[in-house]
Design a protein around this ligand. Structure first.
Ligand code: SAM
Length: 171
């Protein structure tokens, strides 16, 4: 996925949450456009060290226009999540027909070129909410709920679901 518009002084937590959702809900990695924020990278690396998913790639300071262009040239879909887009349930099967999908979320104002260059502009409802919720719901629709059973074979710790309390196994 691609995170646009990250402002290190304001968006540390929200970009970290975007990355956590990406990892937990089945994305292969996150690109952060234009800026490098070690705070975000450190938080995700710590989660990966404990809960697994070392394949999850974090790349920062990426030129978003170049990335989008390259992605499309390689036959991938660029899916921009925006409240102005088409309803997710109408387009998700088209998204599934692509081998590679780059999901793009913004922060404040997303530049016009993103709407123009996106393969699809997709709405998770047509009300404003958040990049964290939009990404989570999009990935859940994309995987049809199967991402909730994702397990990370390289995890040092994993959870045994329980009715009450916390059951954690350390390997
Ligand atoms: N007015 C903005 C817009 O264009 O969607 C809302 C900005 S919101 C704080 C930050 C990001 O959350 C947006 O760039 C978009 O990726 C995502 N987002 C918010 N609401 C959404 C919705 N209803 N559907 C899809 N994405 C949404």
């Amino acid at each position: 996925m691609l995170r646009l518009g990250h402002r290190p002084e304001r968006d540390k937590r929200i970009t970290t949450h975007v990355a956590l959702v990406a990892r937990a809900f089945g994305a292969k990695g996150i690109y952060v456009a234009d800026v490098v924020d070690e705070h975000v990278a450190r938080s995700i690396t710590k989660v990966v060290e404990t809960w697994g998913g070392s394949y999850f790639k974090i790349e920062m300071g990426v030129n978003p226009r170049k990335l989008v262009k390259k992605w499309k040239m390689e036959g991938g879909a660029v899916v921009h999540l925006t409240m102005y887009g088409l309803p997710v349930d109408d387009v998700v099967s088209k998204v599934r027909s692509y081998e590679k999908v780059l999901v793009v979320v913004g922060a404040e104002k997303v530049p016009r070129w993103v709407y123009d260059e996106a393969t699809l502009n997709v709405a998770i409802g047509n009300q404003p909410h958040s990049e964290v919720s939009a990404l989570a719901i999009f990935l859940d629709r994309l995987w049809g709920g199967r991402e909730l059973n994702l397990c990370f074979p390289d995890a040092k710790m994993y959870i045994v679901p329980s009715e009450r309390g916390k059951k954690v196994v350390t390997r």
